[in-house]
Design a protein around this ligand. Structure first.
Ligand SMILES: [Zn+2]
Length: 280
């Protein structure tokens, strides 16, 4: 009986999810989103609210990496569920439906080896390398303007981007209008910090590397905890070589190409500075 239920549930899950590995992280993020609303409706004390928000800013910063993965390989078989997930991710990370597609898939991935075209450029127009905070500020504050610029070449995606933006803004305004303090702290604040933290994480991936060689264009971070928290985003050379490979398969692909990556293209992740030390 238990086996029959288990098999039935597994089959159902696989019809809904495109990859089994997404079931656990997505379930956790949905529960986290429910917690946001429980707190929002329960009118908590200001102390509890501030502690929750402080923790949320860090947790949601990492959820940004999973939002990125979803934009490369869609999580669900159903497009309705994918759009629902993007609305949730929009609230958790500040990066709304199709923004990643425009800025990252079509902007960054297509041009990461050309700093004059890269939407996540680490080099200034005067060919100076930005510092970590300078890069974070510039790429974050120009992010949505760049999405709009890239969308000019893709009218169909522009329409979908506008639709998702309108839904997100209407929902956000309703949330803030109903309970302003909770709405601003639980939803709007992590959306703003989420974009900053998401952009900040990407500085380590390419800064200072300018070459046509895909094995020398990215830094890799192979530490276990960084890759658990980001869904293997540290296997960055592998990700750029096969951007449509599901995140769960990146470590395996990294092993295949490891011999072609020089040891100098490994970094440790330090959120406070750009580390020059390698880790393996
Ligand atoms: Zn990517």
């Amino acid at each position: 009986m238990y086996n029959a239920i288990h098999i039935h549930f597994s089959l159902f899950s696989m019809q809904v999810f495109q990859h089994k590995a997404d079931i656990l992280p997505i379930s956790l993020f949905v529960w986290y989103f429910i917690c946001d609303f429980i707190l929002y409706f329960s009118t908590p004390s200001i102390t509890l609210l501030l502690v929750y928000v402080a923790i949320s800013i860090i947790v949601k910063g990492f959820i940004g990496a999973w939002n990125h993965h979803h934009q490369h390989v869609l999580t669900f078989s159903s497009s309705f569920l994918n759009r629902m997930l993007e609305i949730m991710y929009g609230f958790q990370t500040g990066i709304i439906g199709y923004a990643w597609v425009l800025h990252h898939n079509l902007g960054h991935h297509m041009h990461y080896q050309d700093q004059s075209l890269d939407e996540s450029a680490w080099k200034s127009p005067e060919w100076r390398r930005y510092g970590m905070l300078e890069y974070t500020w510039i790429v974050t504050t120009t992010a949505y303007a760049r999405c709009w610029k890239v969308s000019g070449k893709y009218p169909l995606i522009r329409k979908k981007f506008i639709m998702m933006a309108a839904i997100q803004v209407i929902l956000l305004l309703a949330i803030i209008a109903y309970k302003p303090l909770e709405g601003l702290l639980i939803f709007l604040l992590p959306m703003i910090t989420g974009i900053f933290l998401g952009v900040h994480t990407t500085y380590t991936h390419h800064s200072g590397l300018e070459t046509d060689d895909p094995y020398a264009s990215s830094y890799n971070i192979v530490s276990k905890w960084y890759n658990i928290a980001t869904g293997n985003l540290g296997y960055h050379t592998a990700h750029h070589l096969k951007w449509n490979l599901h995140w769960s398969k990146l470590p395996e692909f990294h092993k295949e190409i490891e011999s072609k990556i020089d040891s100098k293209f490994y970094r440790t992740y330090n959120p406070f500075r750009f580390s020059e030390s390698k880790t393996v």
